[in-house]
Design a binder for this molecule. Sequence first.
Ligand code: HEM
Length: 510
Amino acid sequence: MAKLAELWEVGVSSVGKYGALAILIFTLAVAYEVAGIIYNLYFHPLRDFPGPLIQRASRLPWAIRHALGSQALYTQKLHDKYGPIVRVGPNHLTFTDPRAWKDIYGHRVGTEGDMAEMPKTRVFNKTIRSQPTSILNADREEHSRFRRALSHGFSDNAMRQQEPMIKKYVDLLLQRLHEECDNGKKALNIEAWYNWTTFDIVGDLVFGQSFHCLDNVDYHPWIEFIFSSIRFGAITVAMTYLGLGDLVQLLVKLGGNAIKRVRKYTDDMVRTRLSMEKDRDDLFEGLIKRREDWNLSFQKLSANAFILVLAGSETTATTLSGATYLLLTHPEILEKLKKEVRSAFTSVDEITISSVNKLSYMLAILNESLRLYPPVTSGLVRSVPEGGEQIAGHYVAAGTYVEVQHWSMNHSKENWKDPWAFQPERFLTTPEEAAKAGNQLEALQAFNVGPRNCIGRNLAYAEMRLILARIIYEFDLKLSDDSKNWIERQKTFALWDRIPLYVNLTPVER
Ligand code: HEM
Protein backbone atom coordinates (compact mmCIF):
# COMPACT_ATOMS: atom_id res chain seq x y z
CA MET A 1 0.00 0.00 0.00
CA ALA A 2 2.81 2.35 0.97
CA LYS A 3 4.51 1.47 -2.31
CA LEU A 4 1.36 2.38 -4.28
CA ALA A 5 1.08 5.71 -2.48
CA GLU A 6 4.73 6.36 -3.29
CA LEU A 7 4.18 5.58 -6.98
CA TRP A 8 1.14 7.89 -7.01
CA GLU A 9 3.28 10.70 -5.49
CA VAL A 10 6.01 10.18 -8.14
CA GLY A 11 3.33 10.11 -10.89
CA VAL A 12 1.66 13.27 -9.65
CA SER A 13 4.94 15.17 -9.40
CA SER A 14 5.95 14.24 -12.98
CA VAL A 15 2.66 14.69 -14.92
CA GLY A 16 0.59 16.89 -12.62
CA LYS A 17 -2.56 16.04 -10.67
CA TYR A 18 -4.98 15.95 -13.63
CA GLY A 19 -2.58 14.02 -15.84
CA ALA A 20 -2.17 11.38 -13.13
CA LEU A 21 -5.93 11.16 -12.70
CA ALA A 22 -6.34 10.69 -16.46
CA ILE A 23 -3.74 7.91 -16.45
CA LEU A 24 -5.46 6.24 -13.50
CA ILE A 25 -8.88 6.38 -15.23
CA PHE A 26 -7.36 5.06 -18.46
CA THR A 27 -5.62 2.20 -16.60
CA LEU A 28 -8.84 1.27 -14.79
CA ALA A 29 -10.79 1.36 -18.07
CA VAL A 30 -8.24 -0.92 -19.76
CA ALA A 31 -8.27 -3.27 -16.74
CA TYR A 32 -12.08 -3.31 -16.85
CA GLU A 33 -12.05 -4.15 -20.58
CA VAL A 34 -9.43 -6.88 -20.12
CA ALA A 35 -11.41 -8.37 -17.21
CA GLY A 36 -14.53 -8.31 -19.45
CA ILE A 37 -12.68 -10.08 -22.26
CA ILE A 38 -11.33 -12.76 -19.87
CA TYR A 39 -14.82 -13.24 -18.44
CA ASN A 40 -16.38 -13.49 -21.93
CA LEU A 41 -13.84 -16.05 -23.10
CA TYR A 42 -13.51 -18.29 -20.04
CA PHE A 43 -16.42 -17.78 -17.60
CA HIS A 44 -19.42 -16.59 -19.67
CA PRO A 45 -22.38 -19.04 -19.90
CA LEU A 46 -21.90 -19.05 -23.73
CA ARG A 47 -18.17 -19.87 -23.49
CA ASP A 48 -18.56 -23.30 -25.15
CA PHE A 49 -20.34 -22.04 -28.29
CA PRO A 50 -18.06 -21.68 -31.34
CA GLY A 51 -17.20 -18.40 -33.03
CA PRO A 52 -14.22 -16.20 -33.87
CA LEU A 53 -12.15 -15.26 -30.82
CA ILE A 54 -12.51 -11.52 -31.38
CA GLN A 55 -16.33 -11.76 -31.54
CA ARG A 56 -16.58 -14.04 -28.51
CA ALA A 57 -14.44 -11.54 -26.60
CA SER A 58 -15.99 -8.21 -27.59
CA ARG A 59 -19.15 -6.63 -29.02
CA LEU A 60 -17.17 -4.16 -31.09
CA PRO A 61 -16.51 -6.24 -34.26
CA TRP A 62 -20.21 -7.13 -34.66
CA ALA A 63 -21.26 -3.51 -34.08
CA ILE A 64 -18.77 -2.12 -36.60
CA ARG A 65 -19.83 -4.59 -39.29
CA HIS A 66 -23.50 -3.91 -38.60
CA ALA A 67 -23.00 -0.16 -38.97
CA LEU A 68 -21.06 -0.69 -42.22
CA GLY A 69 -23.70 -2.96 -43.79
CA SER A 70 -21.59 -6.13 -43.98
CA GLN A 71 -22.63 -7.96 -40.80
CA ALA A 72 -25.20 -10.39 -42.23
CA LEU A 73 -22.97 -11.25 -45.19
CA TYR A 74 -20.03 -11.94 -42.87
CA THR A 75 -22.11 -13.97 -40.40
CA GLN A 76 -23.01 -16.36 -43.24
CA LYS A 77 -19.30 -17.01 -43.80
CA LEU A 78 -18.91 -17.71 -40.09
CA HIS A 79 -21.69 -20.32 -40.29
CA ASP A 80 -19.84 -21.98 -43.17
CA LYS A 81 -16.78 -22.18 -40.95
CA TYR A 82 -18.21 -22.90 -37.49
CA GLY A 83 -21.47 -24.74 -38.25
CA PRO A 84 -25.15 -24.17 -37.39
CA ILE A 85 -24.59 -22.12 -34.20
CA VAL A 86 -22.19 -19.19 -34.06
CA ARG A 87 -21.40 -16.90 -31.14
CA VAL A 88 -21.28 -13.61 -33.04
CA GLY A 89 -20.98 -11.45 -29.91
CA PRO A 90 -20.18 -12.24 -26.28
CA ASN A 91 -23.89 -12.50 -25.50
CA HIS A 92 -25.27 -13.20 -28.98
CA LEU A 93 -25.91 -16.43 -30.93
CA THR A 94 -27.10 -16.98 -34.49
CA PHE A 95 -28.58 -20.26 -35.78
CA THR A 96 -28.98 -21.98 -39.15
CA ASP A 97 -30.64 -25.15 -37.86
CA PRO A 98 -34.27 -24.93 -39.17
CA ARG A 99 -35.57 -26.08 -35.75
CA ALA A 100 -34.46 -22.69 -34.42
CA TRP A 101 -37.35 -20.94 -36.23
CA LYS A 102 -39.95 -22.42 -33.89
CA ASP A 103 -37.72 -22.47 -30.82
CA ILE A 104 -36.96 -18.75 -31.07
CA TYR A 105 -40.01 -17.19 -32.75
CA GLY A 106 -42.81 -19.69 -32.10
CA HIS A 107 -45.39 -19.78 -29.29
CA ARG A 108 -43.76 -21.06 -26.10
CA VAL A 109 -45.73 -24.16 -25.20
CA GLY A 110 -47.02 -24.41 -21.62
CA THR A 111 -46.38 -20.74 -20.80
CA GLU A 112 -48.72 -17.78 -20.76
CA GLY A 113 -48.76 -14.00 -20.44
CA ASP A 114 -45.43 -12.33 -21.14
CA MET A 115 -43.71 -15.72 -21.24
CA ALA A 116 -45.85 -16.99 -24.14
CA GLU A 117 -43.24 -15.76 -26.62
CA MET A 118 -39.57 -14.90 -26.53
CA PRO A 119 -39.52 -11.10 -26.23
CA LYS A 120 -37.96 -8.91 -28.89
CA THR A 121 -34.61 -7.47 -27.79
CA ARG A 122 -35.00 -3.75 -27.08
CA VAL A 123 -31.47 -2.98 -28.28
CA PHE A 124 -32.70 -3.85 -31.75
CA ASN A 125 -36.20 -2.48 -31.87
CA LYS A 126 -36.42 0.56 -29.62
CA THR A 127 -33.17 2.44 -30.05
CA ILE A 128 -34.94 5.83 -30.17
CA ARG A 129 -36.73 5.99 -26.83
CA SER A 130 -39.10 8.83 -27.76
CA GLN A 131 -40.49 6.73 -30.63
CA PRO A 132 -44.16 5.86 -29.95
CA THR A 133 -45.09 2.17 -29.75
CA SER A 134 -46.22 0.34 -32.89
CA ILE A 135 -47.06 -3.25 -33.75
CA LEU A 136 -43.36 -3.91 -34.39
CA ASN A 137 -42.07 -2.97 -30.95
CA ALA A 138 -45.12 -3.29 -28.66
CA ASP A 139 -44.97 -5.65 -25.69
CA ARG A 140 -46.90 -8.90 -25.93
CA GLU A 141 -50.27 -7.70 -24.68
CA GLU A 142 -50.40 -4.50 -26.72
CA HIS A 143 -49.04 -6.34 -29.74
CA SER A 144 -51.83 -8.89 -29.72
CA ARG A 145 -54.42 -6.09 -29.52
CA PHE A 146 -52.84 -4.28 -32.51
CA ARG A 147 -52.63 -7.56 -34.37
CA ARG A 148 -56.29 -8.45 -33.78
CA ALA A 149 -57.41 -5.01 -34.88
CA LEU A 150 -55.34 -5.09 -38.06
CA SER A 151 -56.10 -8.67 -39.04
CA HIS A 152 -59.46 -7.80 -40.64
CA GLY A 153 -57.75 -5.55 -43.21
CA PHE A 154 -55.47 -8.45 -44.21
CA SER A 155 -58.23 -11.06 -44.59
CA ASP A 156 -59.09 -12.71 -47.95
CA ASN A 157 -62.37 -10.88 -47.95
CA ALA A 158 -60.71 -7.50 -47.48
CA MET A 159 -58.20 -8.30 -50.23
CA ARG A 160 -61.04 -8.94 -52.66
CA GLN A 161 -62.37 -5.45 -51.88
CA GLN A 162 -58.88 -3.99 -52.23
CA GLU A 163 -58.17 -5.64 -55.60
CA PRO A 164 -59.56 -2.85 -57.87
CA MET A 165 -57.39 -0.32 -56.07
CA ILE A 166 -54.29 -2.53 -56.33
CA LYS A 167 -55.03 -3.18 -60.01
CA LYS A 168 -55.32 0.56 -60.67
CA TYR A 169 -51.66 1.05 -59.69
CA VAL A 170 -50.45 -2.06 -61.51
CA ASP A 171 -52.21 -0.77 -64.66
CA LEU A 172 -50.53 2.59 -64.19
CA LEU A 173 -47.12 0.92 -63.77
CA LEU A 174 -47.55 -1.01 -67.03
CA GLN A 175 -48.86 2.03 -68.87
CA ARG A 176 -45.88 4.10 -67.72
CA LEU A 177 -43.39 1.35 -68.66
CA HIS A 178 -44.89 1.25 -72.17
CA GLU A 179 -44.53 5.03 -72.40
CA GLU A 180 -40.96 5.13 -71.10
CA CYS A 181 -39.32 1.99 -72.52
CA ASP A 182 -38.65 3.38 -76.02
CA ASN A 183 -39.25 -0.06 -77.48
CA GLY A 184 -36.37 -1.60 -75.55
CA LYS A 185 -33.82 1.07 -76.48
CA LYS A 186 -33.83 2.88 -73.13
CA ALA A 187 -32.66 1.10 -69.96
CA LEU A 188 -35.08 1.73 -67.07
CA ASN A 189 -34.27 1.39 -63.40
CA ILE A 190 -36.91 -1.24 -62.71
CA GLU A 191 -36.04 -1.41 -59.02
CA ALA A 192 -37.30 2.18 -58.64
CA TRP A 193 -40.43 1.44 -60.70
CA TYR A 194 -41.29 -1.50 -58.43
CA ASN A 195 -40.75 0.66 -55.40
CA TRP A 196 -42.90 3.49 -56.72
CA THR A 197 -45.69 1.00 -57.36
CA THR A 198 -45.56 -0.71 -53.96
CA PHE A 199 -45.38 2.65 -52.16
CA ASP A 200 -48.33 4.02 -54.13
CA ILE A 201 -50.38 0.89 -53.39
CA VAL A 202 -49.66 0.75 -49.67
CA GLY A 203 -50.03 4.54 -49.36
CA ASP A 204 -53.57 4.18 -50.66
CA LEU A 205 -54.24 1.10 -48.51
CA VAL A 206 -53.17 2.88 -45.33
CA PHE A 207 -53.60 6.64 -45.80
CA GLY A 208 -56.35 6.53 -48.41
CA GLN A 209 -54.06 8.48 -50.76
CA SER A 210 -51.05 7.47 -52.84
CA PHE A 211 -47.61 9.06 -52.86
CA HIS A 212 -48.09 9.80 -56.60
CA CYS A 213 -44.71 8.26 -57.40
CA LEU A 214 -46.04 6.64 -60.60
CA ASP A 215 -47.74 9.91 -61.61
CA ASN A 216 -44.62 11.98 -61.02
CA VAL A 217 -42.14 9.25 -62.08
CA ASP A 218 -40.13 10.09 -58.97
CA TYR A 219 -39.69 9.29 -55.32
CA HIS A 220 -41.57 11.23 -52.69
CA PRO A 221 -39.37 12.99 -50.05
CA TRP A 222 -41.00 10.84 -47.36
CA ILE A 223 -39.71 7.73 -49.10
CA GLU A 224 -36.25 9.16 -49.58
CA PHE A 225 -36.11 9.71 -45.84
CA ILE A 226 -36.88 6.03 -45.32
CA PHE A 227 -33.82 5.01 -47.32
CA SER A 228 -31.49 7.15 -45.24
CA SER A 229 -33.22 6.01 -42.04
CA ILE A 230 -32.33 2.38 -42.89
CA ARG A 231 -28.63 3.31 -42.75
CA PHE A 232 -29.06 5.59 -39.73
CA GLY A 233 -31.06 2.84 -37.98
CA ALA A 234 -28.11 0.45 -38.34
CA ILE A 235 -25.81 3.00 -36.71
CA THR A 236 -28.21 3.53 -33.79
CA VAL A 237 -28.48 -0.24 -33.29
CA ALA A 238 -24.69 -0.63 -33.38
CA MET A 239 -24.24 2.17 -30.83
CA THR A 240 -26.95 0.82 -28.52
CA TYR A 241 -25.39 -2.65 -28.82
CA LEU A 242 -22.17 -1.14 -27.50
CA GLY A 243 -23.98 0.41 -24.52
CA LEU A 244 -24.08 3.93 -26.03
CA GLY A 245 -27.88 4.23 -25.96
CA ASP A 246 -27.78 7.62 -24.17
CA LEU A 247 -25.52 9.03 -26.88
CA VAL A 248 -28.03 7.85 -29.50
CA GLN A 249 -30.77 9.87 -27.78
CA LEU A 250 -28.52 12.92 -27.80
CA LEU A 251 -27.73 12.51 -31.50
CA VAL A 252 -31.41 12.13 -32.29
CA LYS A 253 -32.14 15.31 -30.31
CA LEU A 254 -29.41 17.28 -32.05
CA GLY A 255 -30.01 16.05 -35.57
CA GLY A 256 -33.65 15.09 -35.27
CA ASN A 257 -35.09 17.56 -37.79
CA ALA A 258 -35.48 14.93 -40.50
CA ILE A 259 -37.28 12.63 -38.05
CA LYS A 260 -39.56 15.49 -36.99
CA ARG A 261 -40.36 16.32 -40.62
CA VAL A 262 -41.26 12.72 -41.41
CA ARG A 263 -43.40 12.38 -38.29
CA LYS A 264 -45.22 15.58 -39.21
CA TYR A 265 -45.79 14.38 -42.74
CA THR A 266 -47.08 11.01 -41.51
CA ASP A 267 -49.32 12.76 -38.97
CA ASP A 268 -50.79 14.97 -41.70
CA MET A 269 -51.55 11.94 -43.88
CA VAL A 270 -53.15 10.11 -40.94
CA ARG A 271 -55.32 13.18 -40.22
CA THR A 272 -56.50 13.19 -43.83
CA ARG A 273 -57.27 9.47 -43.55
CA LEU A 274 -59.25 10.06 -40.35
CA SER A 275 -61.36 12.68 -42.06
CA MET A 276 -62.43 10.22 -44.79
CA GLU A 277 -65.68 8.30 -44.91
CA LYS A 278 -65.99 5.32 -42.56
CA ASP A 279 -65.82 1.63 -43.51
CA ARG A 280 -63.03 1.75 -46.05
CA ASP A 281 -61.94 -1.85 -46.48
CA ASP A 282 -58.28 -0.95 -46.16
CA LEU A 283 -55.41 -2.00 -43.91
CA PHE A 284 -55.95 0.75 -41.37
CA GLU A 285 -59.69 0.77 -40.75
CA GLY A 286 -59.53 -1.93 -38.03
CA LEU A 287 -57.22 0.19 -35.90
CA ILE A 288 -59.17 3.40 -36.46
CA LYS A 289 -62.42 1.71 -35.39
CA ARG A 290 -60.97 0.68 -32.02
CA ARG A 291 -59.24 3.95 -31.41
CA GLU A 292 -61.80 5.34 -28.95
CA ASP A 293 -62.48 2.04 -27.13
CA TRP A 294 -58.79 1.61 -26.45
CA ASN A 295 -58.01 5.24 -25.89
CA LEU A 296 -55.31 4.81 -28.53
CA SER A 297 -53.17 7.94 -28.79
CA PHE A 298 -52.80 9.71 -32.12
CA GLN A 299 -49.02 9.14 -31.89
CA LYS A 300 -49.46 5.37 -31.70
CA LEU A 301 -51.94 5.43 -34.55
CA SER A 302 -49.46 7.37 -36.65
CA ALA A 303 -46.53 5.11 -35.66
CA ASN A 304 -48.50 2.08 -36.83
CA ALA A 305 -49.34 3.77 -40.14
CA PHE A 306 -45.66 4.48 -40.67
CA ILE A 307 -44.69 0.84 -40.00
CA LEU A 308 -47.41 -0.51 -42.28
CA VAL A 309 -46.22 1.65 -45.16
CA LEU A 310 -42.56 0.80 -44.63
CA ALA A 311 -43.12 -2.95 -44.08
CA GLY A 312 -45.59 -3.18 -46.93
CA SER A 313 -43.54 -1.54 -49.66
CA GLU A 314 -39.79 -2.00 -49.28
CA THR A 315 -39.90 -5.78 -48.85
CA THR A 316 -42.20 -6.44 -51.79
CA ALA A 317 -40.22 -4.17 -54.13
CA THR A 318 -37.00 -5.86 -53.00
CA THR A 319 -38.33 -9.33 -53.83
CA LEU A 320 -39.61 -8.23 -57.25
CA SER A 321 -36.25 -6.62 -58.02
CA GLY A 322 -34.37 -9.74 -56.86
CA ALA A 323 -36.62 -12.04 -58.90
CA THR A 324 -36.17 -9.86 -62.01
CA TYR A 325 -32.40 -9.82 -61.64
CA LEU A 326 -32.20 -13.58 -61.05
CA LEU A 327 -34.46 -14.28 -64.04
CA LEU A 328 -32.44 -12.08 -66.35
CA THR A 329 -29.23 -13.80 -65.34
CA HIS A 330 -30.80 -17.26 -65.92
CA PRO A 331 -32.29 -17.15 -69.45
CA GLU A 332 -33.47 -20.79 -69.46
CA ILE A 333 -35.60 -20.16 -66.34
CA LEU A 334 -36.95 -16.92 -67.80
CA GLU A 335 -37.95 -18.83 -70.95
CA LYS A 336 -39.91 -21.39 -68.89
CA LEU A 337 -41.67 -18.61 -66.99
CA LYS A 338 -42.57 -16.80 -70.22
CA LYS A 339 -44.13 -20.01 -71.51
CA GLU A 340 -46.13 -20.49 -68.33
CA VAL A 341 -47.45 -16.91 -68.19
CA ARG A 342 -48.08 -16.36 -71.89
CA SER A 343 -49.91 -19.64 -72.34
CA ALA A 344 -52.08 -19.11 -69.25
CA PHE A 345 -53.82 -15.93 -70.48
CA THR A 346 -55.21 -14.66 -73.75
CA SER A 347 -55.48 -11.02 -72.67
CA VAL A 348 -54.24 -8.69 -69.94
CA ASP A 349 -57.75 -8.52 -68.45
CA GLU A 350 -57.53 -12.18 -67.48
CA ILE A 351 -54.59 -11.50 -65.15
CA THR A 352 -56.11 -11.07 -61.70
CA ILE A 353 -55.20 -11.81 -58.08
CA SER A 354 -57.04 -15.12 -58.21
CA SER A 355 -55.98 -16.18 -61.73
CA VAL A 356 -52.25 -15.72 -61.01
CA ASN A 357 -52.60 -18.39 -58.30
CA LYS A 358 -52.40 -21.05 -61.00
CA LEU A 359 -48.88 -19.98 -62.02
CA SER A 360 -47.02 -22.58 -59.96
CA TYR A 361 -43.65 -22.08 -61.65
CA MET A 362 -43.81 -18.36 -60.97
CA LEU A 363 -44.53 -19.06 -57.29
CA ALA A 364 -41.47 -21.32 -57.17
CA ILE A 365 -39.42 -18.49 -58.74
CA LEU A 366 -40.62 -16.01 -56.12
CA ASN A 367 -39.80 -18.43 -53.29
CA GLU A 368 -36.37 -19.13 -54.70
CA SER A 369 -35.84 -15.36 -55.00
CA LEU A 370 -36.92 -14.88 -51.38
CA ARG A 371 -34.31 -17.51 -50.51
CA LEU A 372 -31.42 -16.08 -52.53
CA TYR A 373 -32.23 -12.43 -51.90
CA PRO A 374 -34.32 -12.24 -48.69
CA PRO A 375 -35.68 -8.72 -48.14
CA VAL A 376 -34.96 -8.98 -44.39
CA THR A 377 -31.45 -10.38 -44.06
CA SER A 378 -31.04 -10.26 -40.26
CA GLY A 379 -31.94 -8.23 -37.18
CA LEU A 380 -34.91 -10.19 -35.79
CA VAL A 381 -33.29 -10.67 -32.40
CA ARG A 382 -35.01 -12.10 -29.33
CA SER A 383 -33.86 -12.33 -25.68
CA VAL A 384 -33.95 -15.71 -23.96
CA PRO A 385 -36.31 -15.39 -20.95
CA GLU A 386 -35.72 -16.41 -17.35
CA GLY A 387 -34.79 -20.05 -16.86
CA GLY A 388 -33.04 -20.33 -20.23
CA GLU A 389 -34.34 -22.19 -23.26
CA GLN A 390 -33.61 -25.18 -25.49
CA ILE A 391 -32.85 -23.93 -28.99
CA ALA A 392 -32.14 -26.40 -31.82
CA GLY A 393 -31.23 -29.01 -29.20
CA HIS A 394 -28.91 -26.78 -27.13
CA TYR A 395 -29.48 -25.14 -23.76
CA VAL A 396 -29.12 -21.36 -24.02
CA ALA A 397 -28.87 -19.22 -20.86
CA ALA A 398 -31.38 -16.48 -19.94
CA GLY A 399 -30.61 -13.02 -21.31
CA THR A 400 -28.80 -14.28 -24.43
CA TYR A 401 -29.59 -12.49 -27.70
CA VAL A 402 -30.66 -15.14 -30.19
CA GLU A 403 -31.64 -14.93 -33.84
CA VAL A 404 -31.96 -16.69 -37.16
CA GLN A 405 -30.46 -14.54 -39.89
CA HIS A 406 -32.32 -15.19 -43.14
CA TRP A 407 -29.21 -14.64 -45.25
CA SER A 408 -27.26 -17.31 -43.35
CA MET A 409 -30.15 -19.78 -43.08
CA ASN A 410 -30.91 -19.45 -46.80
CA HIS A 411 -27.31 -20.02 -47.89
CA SER A 412 -26.45 -22.88 -45.55
CA LYS A 413 -25.09 -25.95 -47.30
CA GLU A 414 -26.67 -28.09 -44.57
CA ASN A 415 -30.12 -26.83 -45.61
CA TRP A 416 -29.80 -26.52 -49.38
CA LYS A 417 -28.20 -28.41 -52.21
CA ASP A 418 -26.01 -25.94 -54.14
CA PRO A 419 -27.14 -23.11 -51.85
CA TRP A 420 -25.89 -20.30 -54.15
CA ALA A 421 -27.59 -21.67 -57.29
CA PHE A 422 -30.91 -20.25 -58.57
CA GLN A 423 -33.05 -23.39 -58.89
CA PRO A 424 -36.81 -22.70 -58.55
CA GLU A 425 -37.45 -26.43 -59.17
CA ARG A 426 -36.44 -27.18 -55.59
CA PHE A 427 -39.78 -25.67 -54.53
CA LEU A 428 -41.85 -27.76 -56.94
CA THR A 429 -41.71 -31.01 -54.98
CA THR A 430 -43.13 -32.14 -51.63
CA PRO A 431 -41.03 -31.31 -48.55
CA GLU A 432 -40.16 -35.01 -48.20
CA GLU A 433 -38.89 -35.35 -51.78
CA ALA A 434 -37.04 -32.06 -51.46
CA ALA A 435 -35.35 -33.27 -48.26
CA LYS A 436 -34.12 -36.38 -50.09
CA ALA A 437 -32.53 -34.08 -52.68
CA GLY A 438 -30.82 -32.07 -49.91
CA ASN A 439 -33.30 -29.16 -49.63
CA GLN A 440 -34.93 -28.44 -46.25
CA LEU A 441 -37.87 -26.38 -47.50
CA GLU A 442 -38.93 -25.42 -43.98
CA ALA A 443 -35.61 -23.55 -43.64
CA LEU A 444 -37.09 -20.78 -45.82
CA GLN A 445 -39.24 -18.56 -43.58
CA ALA A 446 -38.99 -15.21 -45.33
CA PHE A 447 -42.10 -14.02 -43.44
CA ASN A 448 -41.02 -15.53 -40.11
CA VAL A 449 -43.08 -17.82 -37.90
CA GLY A 450 -45.05 -17.45 -34.67
CA PRO A 451 -47.14 -14.67 -33.14
CA ARG A 452 -45.04 -11.89 -34.69
CA ASN A 453 -44.81 -13.29 -38.20
CA CYS A 454 -45.66 -11.14 -41.20
CA ILE A 455 -49.30 -10.10 -41.24
CA GLY A 456 -48.94 -8.96 -44.87
CA ARG A 457 -47.76 -12.26 -46.33
CA ASN A 458 -50.83 -12.92 -48.51
CA LEU A 459 -50.99 -9.34 -49.70
CA ALA A 460 -47.28 -9.48 -50.57
CA TYR A 461 -47.70 -12.66 -52.63
CA ALA A 462 -50.77 -11.24 -54.38
CA GLU A 463 -48.98 -8.03 -55.35
CA MET A 464 -45.79 -9.78 -56.43
CA ARG A 465 -47.57 -12.41 -58.52
CA LEU A 466 -49.80 -9.84 -60.18
CA ILE A 467 -46.98 -7.44 -61.02
CA LEU A 468 -44.51 -10.08 -62.22
CA ALA A 469 -47.16 -11.83 -64.34
CA ARG A 470 -48.11 -8.54 -66.01
CA ILE A 471 -44.49 -7.60 -66.72
CA ILE A 472 -43.65 -11.03 -68.19
CA TYR A 473 -46.88 -11.10 -70.20
CA GLU A 474 -46.35 -7.66 -71.71
CA PHE A 475 -42.57 -7.32 -72.10
CA ASP A 476 -39.37 -9.07 -73.13
CA LEU A 477 -36.64 -8.07 -70.73
CA LYS A 478 -32.87 -7.77 -70.97
CA LEU A 479 -30.40 -6.87 -68.24
CA SER A 480 -28.35 -3.78 -68.94
CA ASP A 481 -24.57 -4.34 -68.81
CA ASP A 482 -24.07 -1.90 -65.94
CA SER A 483 -26.33 -3.99 -63.69
CA LYS A 484 -24.17 -7.09 -63.66
CA ASN A 485 -23.38 -8.59 -60.22
CA TRP A 486 -26.27 -6.55 -58.87
CA ILE A 487 -26.70 -8.53 -55.63
CA GLU A 488 -22.98 -8.90 -54.87
CA ARG A 489 -22.46 -5.13 -55.06
CA GLN A 490 -24.98 -4.29 -52.32
CA LYS A 491 -24.74 -3.72 -48.59
CA THR A 492 -27.41 -4.83 -46.21
CA PHE A 493 -28.42 -3.05 -43.01
CA ALA A 494 -30.97 -5.76 -42.12
CA LEU A 495 -32.85 -4.36 -45.16
CA TRP A 496 -30.93 -4.01 -48.43
CA ASP A 497 -29.39 -0.74 -49.49
CA ARG A 498 -30.53 -1.47 -53.03
CA ILE A 499 -28.70 -0.06 -56.03
CA PRO A 500 -30.40 0.70 -59.38
CA LEU A 501 -31.30 -2.29 -61.55
CA TYR A 502 -31.27 -1.27 -65.22
CA VAL A 503 -33.37 -3.32 -67.61
CA ASN A 504 -34.38 -2.86 -71.26
CA LEU A 505 -38.07 -3.63 -71.82
CA THR A 506 -39.43 -4.43 -75.28
CA PRO A 507 -43.22 -4.71 -75.61
CA VAL A 508 -44.41 -8.14 -76.81
CA GLU A 509 -46.24 -7.89 -80.12
CA ARG A 510 -49.59 -9.72 -80.23
C1 HEM B 1 -41.98 -10.01 -49.61
C2 HEM B 1 -42.62 -9.25 -48.78
C3 HEM B 1 -42.49 -9.29 -47.28
C4 HEM B 1 -41.58 -9.91 -46.48
C5 HEM B 1 -40.41 -10.78 -46.89
C6 HEM B 1 -41.93 -9.59 -45.10
C7 HEM B 1 -41.24 -10.06 -44.00
C8 HEM B 1 -41.61 -9.82 -42.69
C9 HEM B 1 -40.94 -10.36 -41.53
C10 HEM B 1 -39.70 -11.25 -41.58
C11 HEM B 1 -41.60 -9.91 -40.44
C12 HEM B 1 -41.26 -10.22 -38.97
C13 HEM B 1 -40.59 -9.02 -38.33
C14 HEM B 1 -40.18 -9.24 -36.89
O1 HEM B 1 -40.09 -10.35 -36.41
O2 HEM B 1 -39.90 -8.22 -36.27
C15 HEM B 1 -42.68 -9.09 -40.89
C16 HEM B 1 -43.57 -8.43 -40.07
C17 HEM B 1 -44.54 -7.57 -40.54
N1 HEM B 1 -44.88 -7.31 -41.84
FE1 HEM B 1 -44.04 -8.14 -43.46
N2 HEM B 1 -43.03 -8.78 -45.11
C18 HEM B 1 -43.42 -8.58 -46.41
C19 HEM B 1 -44.50 -7.85 -46.85
C20 HEM B 1 -45.38 -7.17 -46.05
C21 HEM B 1 -46.54 -6.45 -46.52
C22 HEM B 1 -47.03 -6.35 -47.96
C23 HEM B 1 -47.11 -5.88 -45.41
C24 HEM B 1 -48.37 -5.05 -45.41
C25 HEM B 1 -48.55 -3.86 -45.31
C26 HEM B 1 -46.32 -6.26 -44.25
C27 HEM B 1 -46.56 -5.88 -42.95
C28 HEM B 1 -45.90 -6.39 -41.84
C29 HEM B 1 -46.25 -6.04 -40.48
C30 HEM B 1 -47.31 -5.05 -40.05
C31 HEM B 1 -45.39 -6.79 -39.65
C32 HEM B 1 -45.37 -6.82 -38.13
C33 HEM B 1 -46.24 -7.99 -37.69
C34 HEM B 1 -46.30 -8.19 -36.20
O3 HEM B 1 -45.39 -7.77 -35.48
O4 HEM B 1 -47.29 -8.78 -35.74
N3 HEM B 1 -45.29 -7.05 -44.68
N4 HEM B 1 -42.68 -9.05 -42.28
